[in-house]
Design a protein. Structure first.
Length: 193
């Protein structure tokens, strides 16, 4: 990707326009952000069509496809949109889904995971409030991807022990200390080798 394309990706170009302050569409329908690098374009197109057919509002993010694009810059655009509340949840497609999940998890408030089955998609929302699903076009087919997306978007966040654990994750995210993990209410965490 040439430098202007990288800069556009880094600045957060919204390909669909619209009101960034309105994230909720209708009850049961969500405003979904979607992006892809060069290796996820075909799956992204399939999912955009599927999402629209099922009544979700879709906002596409990122630059035009380029075989030399950089997924960390593209996923950053989508993750920032989620963090700002422009969209409720996000989907990123690429070859494996792994790199974008790692990159997105560096952004405060983002909980991203690469998922390859429906159970994990549902569980990730229910337990950790997954807000950015990454999918590997080279790993799963389009029908499985649609089923995973449906499970992801149909799942609801659970409370109880899962809420407590999400708070612990958020507390870790806010921590700035590089000292060994220690909690005021929990034991010192150590490793042995």
């Amino acid at each position: 990707m040439h430098d202007a394309g990288r800069e556009g990706a880094a600045r957060g170009r919204d390909l669909d326009g619209g009101d960034p302050d309105r994230a909720r569409v209708d009850e049961g329908r969500l405003k979904i952000g979607i992006a892809a690098d060069h290796a996820g374009q075909a799956l992204k197109a399939t999912l955009v069509e599927h999402l629209r057919e099922t009544g979700h509002e879709v906002k596409q993010y990122g630059p035009a496809p380029d075989p030399d694009d950089d997924y960390p810059l593209i996923v950053r655009v989508l993750a920032d949109a989620i963090a700002r509340g422009e969209v409720e949840r996000g989907i990123f497609t690429c070859g494996s889904g792994i790199g974008p999940a790692v990159a997105a998890n560096k952004i405060r408030g983002i909980r991203a995971a690469v998922v390859d089955n429906e159970w994990s998609a549902r569980d990730a929302v229910e337990h950790i409030d997954l807000n950015l699903l990454t999918l590997g076009e080279r790993v799963i087919g389009s029908e499985l991807a649609k089923s995973i997306v449906d499970a992801y978007l149909g799942a609801k966040v659970q409370g109880g022990r899962h809420e407590r654990r999400r708070k612990q994750i958020s507390d870790s995210e806010r921590a700035t200390s590089s000292s060994p993990a220690r909690s005021e209410s929990g034991p010192r965490v150590t490793t042995s080798g």
